[in-house]
Ligand binder design. Sequence first.
Ligand code: C2E
Ligand code: CA
Ligand code: CA
Length: 669
Amino acid sequence: MSEAHSPPARLLPTVSIVEETMRRARRAVAVALLGAGLMAALLLGQHQWSAAALQRAADRHAQAHKLAGDVRTADQQLAMAAQMAALTGDAAWIDRYEKLVPELALAIEHARLLAPQVDTERYQARTSDTTALLARMHASATEALKSGAADSARALFDSERYLSQTRLLREATEELTRASLAATEQEVNRQHTAALASTAAVLLLALAVGGGLWRWLTLGLGRSRHTLLEAEVRIQRLAASDLLTGLDNRAALHDAMHTLMSRARRHQEELAVLMVDLDRFKPVNDRHGHMVGDLVLKEVARRLSRCLRGSDLRARYGGDEFVVVVDEREGPGTARAAAERIVESLAWPMQFGEITVNIGATVGIARFPHDATTDDELLRKADSALYRAKQEGRGSVCLYDAALDEALAERHTLEVALREGIAAGQLVPYYQPIVDLETRQVRSVELLCRWKHPERGLLSPDKFIRVAEDTGLIGPLTMSLLRQATKDLPRFPAHWRLSFNVAPQQIQDETLVPALLAQLREAGVPPQRLDVELTETALVNDTARAREVIMALKRAGMTVTLDDFGTGYSSLSYLAEMTFDKIKIDRSFVRTLRSRPESAKIVAAIVGLSRSLGVDTVAEGVETEDEAQMLQQLGCKHGQGYLFGRPGLARNVGPLQSVANADAWVLAD
Ligand code: C2E
Ligand code: CA
Ligand code: CA
């Protein structure tokens, strides 16, 4: 993957490469076609020429054949005509004989023309005397026949001399015709061979030219292919890398993970996927702009590379998320060590000119094949480990844990069900009385949420309030409860106030106060009847915002109570700074009033402090009469707890003025 990390190359003019290659290919094809055409023409011409030559030779051979036949026939006919003329003395035979003599001579002459020169010369030499002698003998025979001396003509034809001369001539003529036949046959054969040879030559030429052409074509195409491949590699590299950081991008990461995983599988090695999330990156972007944001991301990429081995895969996964894959050849601690190096390295401030930027990183780790065996699963599990790391606090490193994944899945199911439950009105208000410890008169009721879950029955807030707070469902839940509570209020005596819990997250919700007021207005409930309970956590996260909200609530006529006091930061500065109407002393002190002497001291201190600030105190979790009396002695004004009544539905709460014990408060459901 190392080449993928080099800086992105200049974009190539791909279009021109493709055009150039197309042009080259077109040229090559045109030349190939032209070459093929030429070769075809050459082959055709050669074929026609050889065929014509062969035809001519064959014709001459056939002619030689025919002439040989003609000579033989003429010779036989002449012999017969001579005999018949001599025997009969008939003028017709004499005539015929006279005509056949030159015919034979002509046929012989033709045969001579077809025979090779040596043979005609030999024939000439052998027959010149014979021909002359025979011509003379023919002349005298003809003379004798014409003058009626057939006997002397016959004697001439029968003479040994005439017979030997005609035999000689016949033999020579036969030899001549044989020679011409042989010569023409030889010619035919020669033409055959020539045709074959020339065909072979033309084919060889075609092969040579075709080969050259092919080589030229492949060379040209090879060059184009090389350029295209080079371009492809560069384009691939560009497509596979994140343009800003030069690290692999998401797609390349998946590809590389496949390769790494199959190699690890083969060698039975282990891998770890690190999901690195930057802390405080968004504020950097918001405050200094995207230019600085980009510089930060580049610096992160550089630092990542410094923390890791060259072979470790690193990719930009999303906006400010990075993924690193390391092999755990050197032991199972490698991944955690790498993650810690990354966290440490990214915790160092970054300097860009005048600007100093402080970010950090949180890391989730999933291992192959231990946690998952596919890239998607690994990434998902690393992400789930990251989620938990973030919950543990910025700069943490968490390894994936199946049990946690299950918890996460369960949380998700719960979230979905809760969303539906709120819409379906399954979240209902329960009320618990807050009484004056001295008179035991009910002053207020605290609205406590319950979920009438269709399958799991009645659920108390510890099962779902955290999820509601984390997923933003707390807003809709609060409004749904308040709507129901305003409908319940007419059941209660008009001087009972309603204590209402607001979660820390809701402090950030700009619509909170207007929505509360709108709801009260709609139901015709005066805001003075409402007491809002806030925990310290709400104040710590964003003090300025908390102060604004508290002021807005009070301006509207509501009172504000600091809930669970003593459990969290218990910062006295908040108490002094923000004007609460009441302080609720946490249950943990009430429960240990007798067992832990410090508890009583703390309660006394809180009460004293409240008095000096002019603020009332409420003790929660009062379960026994003893506790109630002790709290009263310590100066606590109000009490809330099972002693006075458990949380119950409005319709089960009697319209009491005072509650002596829990049984009087809640009627059986
Ligand atoms: P909290 O505001 O401190 O409410 C008091 C809790 O103490 C209630 O628990 C109540 O049932 C319990 N409690 C009252 N008297 C006694 C007692 O004598 N002994 C003991 N052991 N417990 C007593 P609950 O109803 O389970 O609510 C738990 C927490 O859930 C509440 O603590 C509050 O923080 C939160 N919560 C409940 N309803 C809402 C709501 O509508 N909105 C928000 N944001 N939070 C809510
Ligand atoms: Ca409360
Ligand atoms: Ca409380």
